[in-house]
Design a protein around this ligand. Structure first.
Ligand code: PMV
Length: 313
């Protein structure tokens, strides 16, 4: 039996501007998806469910299904439609701490942890680069367009500068996550920003440039662990995200509630419109900020940035 886990991610700076080639900084967090693969005496790929094992269903588990398909050419997987009743197969069990559909990279974490578990189980010795690349292909197959950021961060962990995907010196920081619990579609928000940019190219291009400059400036301060300046830059970044229309009333409520409770900086993480915000805090303010986000109507939890990518448990 093999269990692997992979982390979720946040954007410290630069979402949306990165779509236009500007710098952004993403970071793994210490909430993870755990995937276990074990042998079963049924010639099929199964999923563990509350009522017992069921055969893997593409509609219900599209990421797992696509990850398993990636392995068909690499390993001796049981056939998709088993005809004989004898032989062995595998059962896949998922436990994820990462809220789904909230911009924290839950699908990537599940995909990467699944690929790594299958890799270890079948002894295929994929390199981390291959795991990240297969993970990205799985996301594209399931979602259509997908950014390689989430799968890269989930594979390698730590602080990553994008779009060039360079790992930076680690930024060890406590973060409070506030979740509006409102679903947001990355595709729709990216397309809204694109049409705003078409209508006002000069205005929006400058905003994208400035967001990129914030991320580039941020590199120096995150690697120096200068929380105060990182927080200040996050707040400027948040103002610009609001200006391109990816904020929402609920997100703003959580952002301001966290600042009022003492956060050094707070902003949307990911596509915006709903989903999550992050607040960088000193240790002494963490629970105050978390409570304040809850009082403002969000779910909140305290986590840390994490240098650990996908791993065998
Ligand atoms: O909400 P998420 O985790 O899907 O992040 C989207 C980040 C964007 O910059 C808006 C899009 C992208 O592909 O980088």
């Amino acid at each position: 039996m093999i269990t692997c886990s992979a982390p979720g991610k946040i954007f410290l700076f630069g979402e949306h501007a990165v779509v236009y080639g500007k710098t952004a900084i993403a970071c793994a967090i210490d909430i993870r998806a755990h995937v276990t693969v074990e042998e079963v005496h049924v010639p099929a790929v199964q999923m563990k469910g509350p009522g017992g094992n069921v055969d893997l269903n593409q509609r219900k588990h599209p990421y797992i299904y696509a990850a398993v398909e990636k392995f068909r050419n690499l390993a001796d997987l049981p056939p998709e439609n088993p005809t004989s009743a004898s032989g062995s197969g595998i059962c896949i069990d998922i436990h994820s701490e990462i809220p789904v559909g909230s911009g924290l990279g839950s699908s990537s974490a599940v995909t990467i942890a699944t690929l790594k578990s299958l890799d270890v189980f079948y002894g295929t010795h994929l390199s981390p680069d291959e795991i990240a690349r297969f993970g990205h292909q799985v996301e594209e197959e399931v979602q259509g367009r997908a950014s390689p950021t989430d799968t890269f961060v989930s594979t390698f962990g730590g602080l990553v500068r994008i779009p060039d995907r360079v790992k930076l010196d680690f930024f060890d920081a406590p973060i409070v996550i506030g979740n509006t619990r409102k679903f947001s579609s990355t595709r729709k928000l990216v397309s809204n920003v694109a049409s705003l940019k078409e209508r006002h190219p000069q205005v929006i291009n400058q905003i994208m440039d400035t967001i990129g400059t914030i991320a580039e400036t941020g590199v120096k301060y995150v690697t120096a662990n200068d929380f105060t300046t990182v927080g200040e830059l996050m707040n400027i970044n948040q103002g610009l995200l609001d200006s391109i229309g990816v904020g929402s009333f609920e997100l703003s409520e959580l952002v301001y509630a966290s600042r009022k409770a003492g956060a050094l900086g707070s902003k949307i993480t990911g596509a915006g419109g709903g989903g999550c915000m992050i607040a960088l805090c000193e240790h002494k303010n963490l629970s105050r900020v978390a409570h304040s986000i809850k009082r403002a109507g969000g779910d909140s939890f305290i986590c840390r940035t994490s240098n650990s990518g996908v791993r065998v448990e």
